[in-house]
Write a protein that binds this ligand. Sequence first.
Ligand code: FES
Length: 145
Amino acid sequence: MACACFAFSSVSMLQSCEDNIDENYNFPNDNEDDSEQNQLIIDISQSPHTNLNNINGTSYLGSNVIDSQGLLLVKSSGTKIKAYSRRCTHSSYIVNAYNNQGFAVCSSGHGGSFNLNGNVAAGPPSSSLRSYATSLDGNILTISK
Ligand code: FES
């Protein structure tokens, strides 16, 4: 009888958890990602990424399958878009989107910022932002980890 009660209790717990799942929830980034969850595919002809059609144009993403703190994107040449983690290398706060001067300022208030190459522009971070592999085929940007 004890086993029957335990089994009933487990089923109830599972049911309860399933009830809390919102099947209509949309994650902040509605970009396509492949089934292996190790690539992110973005169409840079679409908003909000159209700045990436210009050299030194930038864009950014929130949490996604590549990086839980999001990505900074920079068009570094006619055929290359770089992708950096938004995880600050000082104490892991989120780095804000690039400003009009080309600096991505850490949200911590510690004073850290990074340039368009992902390198430290102002302390206290001592190392560059993590970069991810990218490929650009026409308007289709693929970011891989
Ligand atoms: S966490 Fe970014 S400067 Fe401190």
